[in-house]
Design a protein around this ligand. Structure first.
Ligand code: HEM
Length: 429
């Protein structure tokens, strides 16, 4: 009887252990939070919709902010659904230019750090690659279905598996890196470098080397696709037309394509991996709901949505006030920083009954797990397709799948930005 899978069809076994450890990632970054922060977030939300102070200060956690330079500014935090929704939607006053407060050059994160009208011009140009029908057909046919089939099939004959590393970590990174034309070992070298561009470890030199690797590998692929376009994301971006200057439509230049591809890779890899662990972990912990999903696969999407409400992988995003703005009765002065605690908003009892409970049968109400407004997650239908196909395939191959009672128990861990499961040990047969 084996304990874990030792080979993978993607041929890149050992890199996962170091790259895909939620807790270690948070400890390295410096934002690790011991235990479940939701009780403290709920208690804060009950006090006032918007409060003075950064989220971590208000939760009595050690000082840290994802955005360098933020802690030098006055901080506020929004907690209720209404306040967080308003903050996400009010991009005119609450700007996404939070990512380069430290003076680093803008545009390394592309549309995520842009405001209108520039944001609209770029997002509009790429939107049609990410609409629901495109995710469910083009993305599935070209990248997702075959990959997931191979990965799940490779578990056949095993008694047990640790799904978080052996399956879930691989699906998004390979979907996206295949999408830009990279395969196998190259994909992980690329992902490693991509994570390195933002890493706290290794210092400036490491970040610069990582940037150079990402740039070089993407440039090689762009040159290939310019010579011979195919069914892939880069060929599609090469053909896209934009007009950010408000003038005639024009194709994107190499730097614009690289920036955009890098954002898709960065935003789409870790998030979907972590959320997949959270949703499947919730199903395993609630066997009645797992049985319901096995019997009716149409319940997979509601389970995914419920996981994004109940435990979104990123419960915190931020904005900077570019004007004085009133938010749920509190004045946020121009120049102040706003933490949007969407995790607390997603458990607002004004909007959901028993909000702390994972219940895929609850009537759907829009949550903030993938944001809302102009910057609402561009890749959410792709993420949904990846998660849906993976869960479906797992249940097809392993209808008796259940928690392994002899292995370490799974729990949700990480920081306030990147949360995911510690591990997910299952019995397959
Ligand atoms: C379950 C997985 C995912 C979650 C929870 C998630 C969450 C989010 C959230 C909350 C935002 C809004 C950020 C803000 O308002 O500042 C966002 C933006 C974005 N996401 Fe996702 N995401 C996921 C998967 C993906 C995937 C698979 C892709 C790409 C294929 C992607 C691409 C993007 C992009 C490009 C943006 C920036 C959009 C803009 O600024 O207009 N995401 N995501």
């Amino acid at each position: 009887m084996d304990t874990v899978m030792t080979t993978s069809p993607t041929g890149d076994e050992e890199i996962y252990d170091t790259l895909y450890d939620v807790r270690k990632e948070a400890e390295d970054i410096g934002n690790y939070v011991e235990g479940d922060p939701y009780a403290a977030m709920n208690a804060r939300r009950a006090q006032a919709p918007v409060q003075r102070g950064f989220l971590r200060q208000l939760l009595d956690l050690p000082a840290y902010h994802r955005q360098a330079g933020a802690l030098d500014l006055p901080g506020y935090t929004a907690f209720t659904f209404a306040a967080c929704e308003q903050a996400f939607r009010d991009n005119a006053n609450l700007s996404n230019a939070v990512y380069h407060l430290d003076g680093s050059p803008p545009k390394t994160l592309g549309i995520l750090e842009m405001d209108n009208p520039e944001h609209f011009a770029y997002r509009q140009a790429v939107q049609s690659l990410f609409i629901r029908p495109k995710a469910q057909k083009w993305w599935r046919q070209n990248f997702i279905d075959a990959l997931v089939e191979d990965l799940v099939k490779s578990l056949e004959g095993r008694d047990r598996a640790e799904l978080n590393l052996q399956l879930f970590a691989r699906v998004p990174v390979h979907t996206i890196t295949r999408g830009v034309g990279l395969r196998g070992e190259d994909a992980l070298v690329f992902r490693n470098a991509l994570v390195g561009t933002n890493a706290s470890r290794g210092g400036l030199q490491f970040r610069m080397e990582s940037h150079a690797t990402v740039h070089r590998m993407l440039m090689e692929q762009i040159n290939k696709r310019r010579a011979e376009p195919g069914e892939d994301i880069l060929s599609w971006l090469i053909a896209a037309q934009i007009n950010p200057e408000g003038a005639e439509l024009r194709p994107m230049n190499d730097e614009e394509i690289i920036t955009f591809a890098r954002l898709i890779l960065l935003a789409g890899g870790g998030t979907t991996w972590r959320q997949l662990g959270i949703v499947f972990g919730a199903l395993l912990a609630n066997p009645d709901q797992l049985e319901a999903v096995k019997a009716d696969r149409k319940l997979i999407d509601p389970a995914i949505e419920e996981s994004l409400r109940w435990n979104p992988t990123n419960p915190l995003f931020s904005r900077i006030a570019v004007n004085d703005v009133e938010l749920a009765g509190t004045l946020i002065p121009k120049g102040a920083f706003l933490d949007i605690c969407l995790g607390a908003a997603n458990r607002d009892p004004e909007r959901w009954e028993n909000p702390d409970v994972f219940n895929l049968h609850r009537p759907f109400q829009q949550h903030l797990g993938t944001g809302i407004g102009a910057h609402m997650c561009l890749g959410r239908f792709v993420a949904q397709a990846e998660m849906n196909v993976t869960i479906n395939k797992l249940l097809d191959y392993f209808p008796n799948i259940r928690t392994d009672p002899d292995a370490p128990a799974s729990y949700i861990t990480g920081g306030l930005e990147q949360r995911g499961v510690s591990s997910l040990h299952v019995l397959l047969q």
